[in-house]
Design a protein around this ligand. Structure first.
Ligand SMILES: *Cc1c(COP(=O)(O)O)cnc(C)c1O
Length: 368
Protein backbone atom coordinates (compact mmCIF):
# COMPACT_ATOMS: atom_id res chain seq x y z
CA UNK A 1 0.00 0.00 0.00
CA UNK A 2 1.33 3.46 -0.86
CA UNK A 3 1.90 5.88 2.03
CA UNK A 4 -0.78 8.24 0.70
CA UNK A 5 -3.40 5.50 0.25
CA UNK A 6 -6.81 6.96 1.09
CA UNK A 7 -8.38 6.21 4.42
CA UNK A 8 -10.97 3.58 3.69
CA UNK A 9 -14.20 4.04 5.59
CA UNK A 10 -16.14 0.80 5.68
CA UNK A 11 -19.59 0.11 7.01
CA UNK A 12 -18.91 -3.04 8.99
CA UNK A 13 -22.23 -4.90 8.86
CA UNK A 14 -20.74 -8.36 9.28
CA UNK A 15 -20.45 -10.58 12.37
CA UNK A 16 -17.64 -8.42 13.76
CA UNK A 17 -15.66 -6.33 14.10
CA UNK A 18 -18.29 -3.63 13.93
CA UNK A 19 -17.89 0.13 13.50
CA UNK A 20 -16.79 1.63 16.78
CA UNK A 21 -18.56 4.21 18.92
CA UNK A 22 -17.10 7.68 18.18
CA UNK A 23 -16.28 7.97 21.90
CA UNK A 24 -14.17 4.79 21.67
CA UNK A 25 -12.28 6.20 18.66
CA UNK A 26 -11.66 9.56 20.29
CA UNK A 27 -10.13 7.82 23.31
CA UNK A 28 -7.58 6.07 21.09
CA UNK A 29 -5.84 9.30 20.09
CA UNK A 30 -5.24 10.41 23.68
CA UNK A 31 -1.56 10.32 24.73
CA UNK A 32 -0.63 6.87 26.01
CA UNK A 33 -0.68 6.15 29.75
CA UNK A 34 1.65 3.75 31.58
CA UNK A 35 -0.06 0.65 32.93
CA UNK A 36 0.83 1.41 36.56
CA UNK A 37 0.04 5.14 36.31
CA UNK A 38 -2.44 6.10 39.05
CA UNK A 39 -4.65 7.71 36.41
CA UNK A 40 -4.72 4.48 34.44
CA UNK A 41 -5.39 2.40 37.57
CA UNK A 42 -8.38 4.60 38.28
CA UNK A 43 -9.63 4.15 34.70
CA UNK A 44 -9.13 0.37 35.00
CA UNK A 45 -11.09 0.28 38.28
CA UNK A 46 -13.92 2.26 36.71
CA UNK A 47 -13.86 -0.02 33.65
CA UNK A 48 -14.24 -3.11 35.87
CA UNK A 49 -17.09 -1.43 37.76
CA UNK A 50 -18.91 -0.51 34.53
CA UNK A 51 -18.39 -4.05 33.25
CA UNK A 52 -20.08 -5.37 36.43
CA UNK A 53 -23.11 -3.27 35.54
CA UNK A 54 -23.20 -4.62 31.96
CA UNK A 55 -22.74 -8.21 33.13
CA UNK A 56 -25.32 -7.82 35.90
CA UNK A 57 -22.95 -9.08 38.57
CA UNK A 58 -21.30 -8.13 41.83
CA UNK A 59 -18.37 -10.51 41.17
CA UNK A 60 -15.13 -8.97 42.49
CA UNK A 61 -13.24 -10.86 39.78
CA UNK A 62 -14.53 -8.94 36.78
CA UNK A 63 -11.98 -7.52 34.38
CA UNK A 64 -11.08 -6.94 30.74
CA UNK A 65 -8.54 -9.62 29.77
CA UNK A 66 -5.80 -8.59 27.33
CA UNK A 67 -7.02 -10.71 24.43
CA UNK A 68 -9.83 -10.99 21.92
CA UNK A 69 -12.98 -12.96 22.75
CA UNK A 70 -11.23 -16.25 21.98
CA UNK A 71 -8.70 -15.43 24.72
CA UNK A 72 -11.62 -14.98 27.10
CA UNK A 73 -12.79 -18.46 26.13
CA UNK A 74 -9.30 -19.86 26.68
CA UNK A 75 -9.12 -18.22 30.13
CA UNK A 76 -12.53 -19.57 31.15
CA UNK A 77 -11.61 -23.14 30.25
CA UNK A 78 -7.99 -23.37 31.43
CA UNK A 79 -8.93 -22.05 34.86
CA UNK A 80 -11.97 -24.25 35.47
CA UNK A 81 -11.60 -27.56 33.59
CA UNK A 82 -9.70 -30.24 35.53
CA UNK A 83 -8.42 -33.31 33.71
CA UNK A 84 -11.13 -35.99 33.76
CA UNK A 85 -14.01 -33.55 34.52
CA UNK A 86 -17.33 -34.28 32.88
CA UNK A 87 -18.10 -31.19 30.80
CA UNK A 88 -21.47 -30.93 29.08
CA UNK A 89 -21.31 -28.66 26.03
CA UNK A 90 -24.40 -27.39 24.20
CA UNK A 91 -23.58 -27.16 20.51
CA UNK A 92 -25.69 -25.49 17.84
CA UNK A 93 -23.01 -23.63 15.95
CA UNK A 94 -19.29 -22.96 15.52
CA UNK A 95 -18.68 -21.38 18.90
CA UNK A 96 -20.26 -24.29 20.77
CA UNK A 97 -18.00 -26.60 18.76
CA UNK A 98 -14.98 -24.58 19.85
CA UNK A 99 -15.98 -24.91 23.51
CA UNK A 100 -16.04 -28.68 23.11
CA UNK A 101 -12.64 -28.60 21.41
CA UNK A 102 -11.11 -26.59 24.24
CA UNK A 103 -12.56 -28.78 26.97
CA UNK A 104 -11.31 -31.86 25.15
CA UNK A 105 -7.78 -30.44 24.82
CA UNK A 106 -7.76 -29.97 28.58
CA UNK A 107 -8.52 -33.63 29.15
CA UNK A 108 -12.21 -33.28 30.00
CA UNK A 109 -14.75 -36.02 29.33
CA UNK A 110 -16.86 -33.97 26.93
CA UNK A 111 -20.57 -34.72 26.68
CA UNK A 112 -21.80 -32.87 23.59
CA UNK A 113 -25.49 -32.02 23.29
CA UNK A 114 -26.16 -31.02 19.72
CA UNK A 115 -29.08 -29.26 18.19
CA UNK A 116 -29.52 -28.33 14.56
CA UNK A 117 -27.77 -25.17 13.33
CA UNK A 118 -30.31 -22.35 13.14
CA UNK A 119 -32.39 -23.87 15.98
CA UNK A 120 -32.02 -23.04 19.69
CA UNK A 121 -30.67 -25.65 22.09
CA UNK A 122 -33.22 -27.40 24.31
CA UNK A 123 -32.23 -26.61 27.94
CA UNK A 124 -33.88 -29.82 29.20
CA UNK A 125 -31.78 -31.94 26.83
CA UNK A 126 -28.64 -30.19 28.08
CA UNK A 127 -29.59 -30.65 31.74
CA UNK A 128 -30.48 -34.31 31.23
CA UNK A 129 -27.28 -35.15 29.36
CA UNK A 130 -25.39 -36.22 32.51
CA UNK A 131 -26.47 -36.68 36.17
CA UNK A 132 -23.53 -34.81 37.74
CA UNK A 133 -21.36 -32.81 35.33
CA UNK A 134 -18.61 -30.58 36.71
CA UNK A 135 -19.36 -27.87 34.15
CA UNK A 136 -22.15 -27.02 31.72
CA UNK A 137 -21.19 -24.76 28.79
CA UNK A 138 -23.30 -22.81 26.32
CA UNK A 139 -23.14 -19.85 23.95
CA UNK A 140 -25.70 -17.12 24.68
CA UNK A 141 -25.69 -15.56 21.21
CA UNK A 142 -24.47 -17.99 18.50
CA UNK A 143 -22.89 -15.64 15.98
CA UNK A 144 -22.44 -18.44 13.45
CA UNK A 145 -26.20 -18.97 13.08
CA UNK A 146 -27.89 -15.86 14.55
CA UNK A 147 -29.61 -17.87 17.30
CA UNK A 148 -30.19 -16.93 20.95
CA UNK A 149 -29.86 -19.74 23.50
CA UNK A 150 -31.67 -19.76 26.84
CA UNK A 151 -28.77 -19.76 29.30
CA UNK A 152 -30.97 -18.68 32.23
CA UNK A 153 -32.81 -22.03 32.08
CA UNK A 154 -29.46 -23.80 32.36
CA UNK A 155 -28.55 -21.74 35.41
CA UNK A 156 -31.88 -22.56 37.04
CA UNK A 157 -31.41 -26.32 36.57
CA UNK A 158 -27.62 -26.78 36.79
CA UNK A 159 -27.54 -28.28 40.31
CA UNK A 160 -23.97 -28.40 41.63
CA UNK A 161 -22.38 -27.91 38.21
CA UNK A 162 -20.69 -24.68 37.19
CA UNK A 163 -22.31 -22.80 34.31
CA UNK A 164 -19.78 -21.36 31.84
CA UNK A 165 -21.17 -19.14 29.10
CA UNK A 166 -20.04 -17.20 26.01
CA UNK A 167 -21.34 -13.64 25.69
CA UNK A 168 -19.04 -12.31 22.99
CA UNK A 169 -21.95 -11.21 20.81
CA UNK A 170 -24.54 -10.62 23.54
CA UNK A 171 -22.78 -8.13 25.84
CA UNK A 172 -23.86 -4.58 25.13
CA UNK A 173 -26.57 -5.74 22.72
CA UNK A 174 -29.11 -7.69 24.72
CA UNK A 175 -30.20 -8.15 28.34
CA UNK A 176 -27.63 -9.95 30.47
CA UNK A 177 -27.94 -10.95 34.15
CA UNK A 178 -24.99 -13.11 35.19
CA UNK A 179 -25.93 -13.31 38.90
CA UNK A 180 -29.70 -13.72 38.44
CA UNK A 181 -29.24 -16.34 35.74
CA UNK A 182 -26.86 -18.47 37.82
CA UNK A 183 -23.83 -18.03 35.57
CA UNK A 184 -20.52 -18.84 37.30
CA UNK A 185 -17.96 -18.00 34.60
CA UNK A 186 -18.50 -15.82 31.54
CA UNK A 187 -16.43 -14.19 28.83
CA UNK A 188 -17.07 -11.64 26.08
CA UNK A 189 -15.25 -9.47 23.56
CA UNK A 190 -15.06 -5.79 22.69
CA UNK A 191 -15.45 -5.94 18.91
CA UNK A 192 -19.15 -6.80 18.66
CA UNK A 193 -21.96 -4.93 20.44
CA UNK A 194 -19.56 -2.99 22.70
CA UNK A 195 -18.37 -1.26 19.50
CA UNK A 196 -14.73 -1.09 20.53
CA UNK A 197 -11.88 -2.40 18.36
CA UNK A 198 -10.97 -6.08 18.80
CA UNK A 199 -8.46 -6.62 21.59
CA UNK A 200 -10.08 -7.03 25.00
CA UNK A 201 -12.13 -9.81 26.56
CA UNK A 202 -14.45 -8.75 29.39
CA UNK A 203 -14.45 -11.63 31.88
CA UNK A 204 -16.20 -12.47 35.13
CA UNK A 205 -15.99 -15.37 37.59
CA UNK A 206 -17.78 -15.82 40.91
CA UNK A 207 -16.32 -17.07 44.21
CA UNK A 208 -17.81 -20.54 43.79
CA UNK A 209 -16.05 -21.11 40.47
CA UNK A 210 -12.84 -19.42 41.67
CA UNK A 211 -12.64 -21.74 44.69
CA UNK A 212 -12.88 -24.77 42.39
CA UNK A 213 -10.32 -23.42 39.94
CA UNK A 214 -7.34 -25.25 38.56
CA UNK A 215 -4.44 -24.39 40.90
CA UNK A 216 -1.72 -24.25 38.26
CA UNK A 217 -3.39 -23.87 34.88
CA UNK A 218 -1.44 -24.82 31.76
CA UNK A 219 -1.62 -21.17 30.67
CA UNK A 220 0.51 -18.73 32.62
CA UNK A 221 -0.83 -15.68 30.75
CA UNK A 222 -4.45 -16.49 31.64
CA UNK A 223 -3.82 -17.78 35.18
CA UNK A 224 -6.56 -16.02 37.15
CA UNK A 225 -4.67 -16.60 40.39
CA UNK A 226 -1.95 -14.27 39.07
CA UNK A 227 -4.26 -11.89 37.24
CA UNK A 228 -6.27 -11.25 40.43
CA UNK A 229 -3.31 -9.43 42.00
CA UNK A 230 -2.78 -7.51 38.81
CA UNK A 231 -6.18 -5.81 38.74
CA UNK A 232 -6.10 -5.29 42.48
CA UNK A 233 -8.85 -7.49 43.88
CA UNK A 234 -6.64 -10.22 45.33
CA UNK A 235 -3.71 -8.15 46.54
CA UNK A 236 -5.56 -5.78 48.85
CA UNK A 237 -5.57 -3.03 46.24
CA UNK A 238 -1.83 -3.28 45.58
CA UNK A 239 -0.96 -3.90 41.93
CA UNK A 240 1.64 -6.49 41.11
CA UNK A 241 3.14 -6.60 37.64
CA UNK A 242 1.96 -9.54 35.56
CA UNK A 243 1.93 -8.25 31.97
CA UNK A 244 1.62 -4.82 30.39
CA UNK A 245 -2.05 -4.00 29.99
CA UNK A 246 -3.00 -2.66 26.54
CA UNK A 247 -3.68 0.73 28.11
CA UNK A 248 -4.98 2.41 24.95
CA UNK A 249 -7.56 -0.35 24.51
CA UNK A 250 -8.71 -0.12 28.12
CA UNK A 251 -9.11 3.67 27.81
CA UNK A 252 -11.14 3.11 24.63
CA UNK A 253 -13.32 0.51 26.34
CA UNK A 254 -13.80 2.89 29.28
CA UNK A 255 -15.07 5.55 26.87
CA UNK A 256 -17.49 3.14 25.15
CA UNK A 257 -18.85 1.83 28.46
CA UNK A 258 -19.35 5.38 29.72
CA UNK A 259 -21.31 6.14 26.57
CA UNK A 260 -23.40 2.96 26.81
CA UNK A 261 -24.29 3.62 30.45
CA UNK A 262 -25.13 7.26 29.80
CA UNK A 263 -27.46 6.21 26.98
CA UNK A 264 -28.85 3.62 29.42
CA UNK A 265 -28.68 -0.17 29.16
CA UNK A 266 -32.40 -0.49 28.45
CA UNK A 267 -32.21 2.14 25.71
CA UNK A 268 -29.20 0.41 24.15
CA UNK A 269 -30.99 -2.94 24.16
CA UNK A 270 -34.11 -1.34 22.69
CA UNK A 271 -32.00 0.28 19.94
CA UNK A 272 -30.58 -3.12 18.97
CA UNK A 273 -34.05 -4.69 19.04
CA UNK A 274 -35.54 -1.98 16.84
CA UNK A 275 -32.72 -2.14 14.29
CA UNK A 276 -32.80 -5.94 14.16
CA UNK A 277 -36.59 -6.06 13.78
CA UNK A 278 -36.56 -3.45 11.00
CA UNK A 279 -33.80 -5.28 9.15
CA UNK A 280 -35.50 -8.67 9.46
CA UNK A 281 -38.81 -7.21 8.31
CA UNK A 282 -37.15 -5.46 5.37
CA UNK A 283 -35.35 -8.61 4.25
CA UNK A 284 -38.60 -10.58 4.30
CA UNK A 285 -40.34 -7.82 2.36
CA UNK A 286 -37.62 -8.27 -0.29
CA UNK A 287 -38.72 -11.91 -0.51
CA UNK A 288 -35.73 -13.31 1.37
CA UNK A 289 -35.98 -16.08 3.94
CA UNK A 290 -34.48 -15.74 7.42
CA UNK A 291 -32.31 -18.64 8.60
CA UNK A 292 -32.61 -18.60 12.41
CA UNK A 293 -35.73 -20.04 14.03
CA UNK A 294 -38.48 -17.52 14.77
CA UNK A 295 -38.60 -16.50 18.41
CA UNK A 296 -34.85 -17.11 18.84
CA UNK A 297 -33.47 -14.60 16.33
CA UNK A 298 -30.74 -12.30 17.55
CA UNK A 299 -31.53 -8.64 16.81
CA UNK A 300 -27.83 -7.77 16.53
CA UNK A 301 -26.91 -10.55 14.06
CA UNK A 302 -29.33 -11.57 11.35
CA UNK A 303 -28.88 -14.66 9.22
CA UNK A 304 -30.65 -14.81 5.88
CA UNK A 305 -30.66 -17.44 3.14
CA UNK A 306 -28.99 -16.54 -0.15
CA UNK A 307 -31.76 -16.77 -2.79
CA UNK A 308 -31.53 -19.46 -5.48
CA UNK A 309 -29.54 -18.33 -8.49
CA UNK A 310 -27.65 -15.68 -6.51
CA UNK A 311 -23.90 -15.95 -5.97
CA UNK A 312 -23.14 -15.15 -2.33
CA UNK A 313 -19.52 -14.15 -2.91
CA UNK A 314 -20.33 -11.91 -5.90
CA UNK A 315 -22.93 -10.03 -3.89
CA UNK A 316 -20.52 -9.54 -0.99
CA UNK A 317 -17.78 -8.32 -3.36
CA UNK A 318 -20.24 -5.90 -5.01
CA UNK A 319 -21.30 -4.52 -1.64
CA UNK A 320 -17.68 -3.96 -0.66
CA UNK A 321 -16.60 -2.38 -3.95
CA UNK A 322 -19.67 -0.29 -4.68
CA UNK A 323 -20.85 0.72 -1.22
CA UNK A 324 -17.85 -0.05 1.03
CA UNK A 325 -20.20 -2.31 3.00
CA UNK A 326 -19.01 -5.53 4.59
CA UNK A 327 -21.42 -8.34 5.39
CA UNK A 328 -20.51 -11.88 6.45
CA UNK A 329 -20.74 -15.21 4.69
CA UNK A 330 -22.22 -18.23 6.43
CA UNK A 331 -20.16 -20.78 8.35
CA UNK A 332 -19.40 -24.42 7.58
CA UNK A 333 -21.96 -26.10 5.37
CA UNK A 334 -23.84 -22.77 5.12
CA UNK A 335 -20.80 -20.84 3.82
CA UNK A 336 -22.39 -20.13 0.43
CA UNK A 337 -26.08 -20.36 1.33
CA UNK A 338 -26.39 -17.90 4.23
CA UNK A 339 -25.38 -14.27 4.79
CA UNK A 340 -24.74 -12.87 8.23
CA UNK A 341 -25.65 -9.22 8.71
CA UNK A 342 -24.65 -7.57 11.98
CA UNK A 343 -26.11 -4.32 13.28
CA UNK A 344 -24.09 -4.10 16.44
CA UNK A 345 -23.34 -1.27 18.85
CA UNK A 346 -22.88 1.97 16.91
CA UNK A 347 -24.43 0.34 13.82
CA UNK A 348 -27.72 -0.50 15.55
CA UNK A 349 -29.41 2.54 14.02
CA UNK A 350 -32.18 3.17 11.46
CA UNK A 351 -29.70 4.62 8.97
CA UNK A 352 -27.75 1.35 8.87
CA UNK A 353 -30.95 -0.60 8.23
CA UNK A 354 -31.86 1.61 5.28
CA UNK A 355 -28.31 1.51 3.93
CA UNK A 356 -27.85 -2.25 4.05
CA UNK A 357 -31.33 -3.03 2.70
CA UNK A 358 -30.99 -0.64 -0.24
CA UNK A 359 -27.47 -1.75 -1.05
CA UNK A 360 -28.30 -5.45 -0.82
CA UNK A 361 -31.26 -5.07 -3.15
CA UNK A 362 -29.07 -3.35 -5.72
CA UNK A 363 -26.24 -5.87 -5.29
CA UNK A 364 -28.56 -8.84 -5.86
CA UNK A 365 -30.05 -7.23 -8.98
CA UNK A 366 -26.64 -6.25 -10.40
CA UNK A 367 -24.99 -9.68 -9.93
CA UNK A 368 -27.82 -11.98 -11.05
C1 LIG B 1 -16.55 -13.52 17.73
C2 LIG B 1 -16.89 -14.59 18.70
C3 LIG B 1 -15.91 -15.26 19.44
C4 LIG B 1 -14.43 -15.04 19.25
O1 LIG B 1 -14.05 -13.74 19.51
P1 LIG B 1 -12.74 -13.13 18.80
O2 LIG B 1 -12.78 -11.70 19.23
O3 LIG B 1 -12.91 -13.35 17.34
O4 LIG B 1 -11.57 -13.85 19.33
C5 LIG B 1 -16.32 -16.20 20.37
N1 LIG B 1 -17.63 -16.48 20.56
C6 LIG B 1 -18.60 -15.86 19.86
C7 LIG B 1 -20.02 -16.21 20.11
C8 LIG B 1 -18.26 -14.90 18.91
O5 LIG B 1 -19.21 -14.29 18.20
Amino acid sequence: MTPDAPLIDRSLFGPGPTNTYPEADAALVRPLLGHLDPVFIQLMDETCEMLRTLWGTTNARTLPLSATGSGGMEAAFVNTVHRGDVVVVAINGLFGQRMAELASRLGARVVPVESEWGRPLDPDDVLRAHPSPAIICAVHAETSTGVRNDVAALGAGKGDALLLTDHVTSIGGMPLAVDDWGIDVAYAGTQKCLSVAPGLAPFTINDRAFERRVERPTSWYFDLGLLGGYVGGDAGGKRTYHHTAPTAMVVSLHAALTRILSEGLDAVTARHEAAGAALQEGLQEMGLELFAAEGYRLPQLTTVRVPDGVDSAKVRAYLLQTFSIEIGAGIGEFADSVWRIGLMGHNAQPRSVALVLGALKQAIAATR
